[in-house]
Design a protein around this ligand. Structure first.
Ligand code: NAD
Length: 295
């Protein structure tokens, strides 16, 4: 299958590589030359532009930072929806506002192009291993078309509902993730302040009622988990500013439906303060620095 892949960052890079390894003819593009080079070095064909990448593609996958990037890629001046052939399937895996996903899906439908929102969970580890969880918004029929492609990048594929529903599920999940990373950080910092060995404490909590994804796969304290971003200077992974964006989306949504999300609101403020302190580009688990003894 000829697949165009736009956005080769921390997530998109390994996802595009998995499609390439599965034998698909991937034509990839990113605005960052370094991101393109890294994929080219691994054998993926790099197109000269997004327009060139989608030419002749049966499926287009995008993995961009935020709503404005997706909107300008597909709907902006010279946007891709005006260039993609009718009948093409577009899978947008970026985490963006549900309203933007619906807007792109409607514009696509008007041109005979099926657009589904398929944001993911599982982190960069899941992207590399091809074990991501996809949360899909769109019709059953369009999901059935997307499934063989999604299966090469993920292990769990959920149909959340109609257009935009994948995004709503994703911000619920990430609001919980943002909160639990702060709670996990507080608990570890408290134990360390009392002289406990963080590895032992983390293992106790992992196997106890406090067990969670951060303790399983993404410990925020450097040196506890070799593969976690914390042990790599908080490089790569899921940026603090991306978490801040998702918590902002959750709060906007909560206001729209009059939901009460006090911890989600507090978590957004804490990540905002962490970003203002200069940590926006670091992995979000670096939020432990806010509650950790310095030095
Ligand atoms: P990233 O910043 O590492 O990568 C985004 C890439 O998009 C960059 O390389 C950038 O150059 C490229 N880009 C931006 N606009 C473009 C355009 N118009 N054309 C081509 N390329 C363009 O971000 P990421 O960590 O890969 O995250 C991507 C999305 O996935 C975000 O919405 C994020 O919230 C979500 N997400 C990330 C993780 C994670 O663990 N990193 C997990 C789940 C979901």
């Amino acid at each position: 299958m000829k697949i165009a892949f736009i956005g080769l960052g921390n997530m998109g890079g390994p996802m595009a590589l998995n499609l390439h390894k599965a034998g698909h003819a991937v034509s990839a593009f990113d605005l960052s030359a370094a991101a393109c080079e890294s994929l080219r070095a691994q054998g993926v064909a790099i197109a000269a532009s997004a327009s060139a990448a989608v030419s002749g593609a049966e499926v287009v996958v995008s993995m961009l930072p935020a709503s404005q990037h997706v909107e300008s890629l597909y709907l902006g001046e010279g946007g891709l929806l005006a260039q993609i052939a009718p009948g093409t399937l577009v899978i947008d895996s970026s985490t963006i506002a549900a309203a933007t996903s619906r807007k792109v899906a409607e514009a696509g439908a008007a041109r005979g192009i099926a657009v589904i929102d398929a944001p993911v969970s599982g982190g960069t580890g899941g992207a590399i291993a091809g074990t991501l969880t996809f949360m899909v918004g769109g019709s059953e029929a369009d999901l059935a078309r997307a499934r063989p492609v999604l299966e090469k990048m993920g292990a769990n594929i959920f149909h959340a509902g109609g257009p935009g529903a994948g995004q709503t599920a994703k911000i619920c999940n990430n609001m919980l993730l943002g909160i639990l990373m702060i709670g996990t950080s507080e608990a570890i910092a408290l134990g360390v302040a009392n002289g406990l060995d963080p590895k032992v404490l983390s293992e106790i909590m992992r196997r106890s009622s406090g067990g969670n994804w951060a303790l399983e796969k993404y410990n925020p304290l450097p040196g506890v988990m070799e593969a976690a971003p914390a042990s790599k200077g908080y490089a790569g992974g899921f940026g603090t500013d991306l978490m801040l964006k998702d918590l902002g989306l959750a709060q906007e949504n909560a206001m729209a439906v009059k939901a009460s999300t006090p911890l989600g609101g507090l978590a957004r403020s804490l990540y905002a303060a962490h970003s203002l302190a200069g940590h926006g580009a670091l992995d979000f688990s670096s939020v432990i620095r806010m509650v950790q003894k310095a030095g």
